[in-house]
Design a protein around this ligand. Structure first.
Ligand SMILES: [Zn+2]
Length: 285
């Protein structure tokens, strides 16, 4: 009799067991619910909008990332071409970066002040721009860089930590980089050039074409265009001594000025925003 009672209790326990699982509740008709009905019955909200982490309010999806381009001008300030370039930049409302040479800063301090007043960025491009002097060794390079920074500081009231090594990037060896980095300097190179330092005459059309070709190339590499143009005269060219190379160099600065509006219009039509170089500028290569 006892064993019959035990078997009866065991049978009751097996029949109750499924009610302990977490399976979805059955519908009134006893049929399994479709997923949508299950979600509704549990009042689960699937919110597809983006909410602000600050306010919790819905906000628009983030805009597409800004397409940045860097317009950079080396070797100034120059009493003639820098002023023309500044006028064009002002007309288009465009920000650029001027990689200045210390000796030229001392010759044209008011132009450097105007560069800063009009919202452009300034970078160090050595004091002497004399390849023999600055590439004699890392210490010589650093000394020249610091001299330029003194000239900048004396003119605008503060030094800058961004610099562009003069000449080919190949001249700037890792040992130079190591030393100047230890002193807080940040290098800015370039990946698009107007080809305006050719010793032969370069036309505005050629400079525009060089920039367009260069921008299209770096776009394929998913890079940010850092465009190299020149507003000034390399000190070591000796522009006070007339000659064919000097004549062409000055001619090419005129071409730079003539090319600039078309370069800006090309980049604007392509959706670029112009920004000034700083320590957050991405590596060119
Ligand atoms: Zn230069």
């Amino acid at each position: 009799m006892k064993s019959n009672l035990f078997l009866w209790l065991l049978l009751c326990f097996i029949m109750i067991l499924p009610g302990c699982t977490n399976l979805p509740a059955s519908s009134a008709a006893g049929l399994p619910m479709e997923p949508a009905a299950f979600i509704q019955s549990k009042k689960i909200n699937i919110n597809t909008s983006v909410t602000s982490p600050d306010t919790g309010q819905p906000q628009n999806k983030p805009d597409k990332p800004v397409k940045k381009a860097y317009l950079t001008f080396d070797d100034g300030p120059n009493s003639h071409f820098t002023l023309q370039i500044l006028d064009i930049l002002k007309k288009y409302g465009v920000t650029a970066t001027f990689m200045v040479v210390g000796q030229n800063v001392e010759k044209n301090p008011t132009i450097l002040k105007r560069i800063v007043t009009e919202g452009h960025h300034v970078a160090n491009h050595s004091y002497s721009h004399d390849y023999k002097k600055i590439y004699a060794g890392p210490e010589a390079f650093l000394t020249d860089l610091q001299l330029c920074n003194q000239a900048i500081n004396n003119t605008i009231g503060h030094p800058v930590n961004v610099f562009r090594p003069p000449g080919s990037p190949q001249n700037f060896k890792p040992s130079y980089q190591k030393l100047v980095s230890a002193h807080g300097y940040h290098p800015i190179s370039w990946n698009v050039t107007g080809g305006d330092t050719d010793p032969r005459p370069v036309t505005p059309e050629q400079i525009v074409e060089n920039v367009i070709t260069g921008v299209e190339k770096v776009e394929k590499m998913k890079k940010t265009p850092i465009i190299l143009l020149h507003d000034g005269a390399e000190v070591d060219l000796g522009l006070d001594k007339p000659g064919t190379i000097v004549h062409n160099y000055i001619n090419n600065r005129k071409s730079d000025v003539a090319a600039l509006p078309k370069i800006i219009e090309f980049l604007q039509a392509r959706g670029y925003t112009f920004v000034g170089a700083d320590e957050n500028t991405p590596p060119a290569w």
